[in-house]
Design a protein around this ligand. Sequence first.
Ligand code: SF4
Length: 93
Amino acid sequence: MLCTTTRPGQECALMGKDGCGFNGGTCHPAVEPCLGCDHSVTVGDMVYCKSYPDPAVKWRYGNCNFATHVKGEAKEAPKNLNPIKASKRAHAR
Ligand code: SF4
């Protein structure tokens, strides 16, 4: 349904007959790491996300998984590797 509050005229999944269904009735502005993302949209002086109503939450624990401008980070090798067990596993092959 088309937004009638923060991003008027733009499609939004949270908009309903009774208005914006997001907590507080409006989207929250985008955060700095969102700059350059294809999902960010400028409305007046503010930048919002077309995909998520509270962008700061998407960056709280790492990169936003919807971001189009950030590549995934390489996973670290598992820690606490026991060298004795690793040696046994290597010889068992
Ligand atoms: S998809 Fe993620 S990075 Fe892109 S604008 Fe939305 S919250 Fe920001």
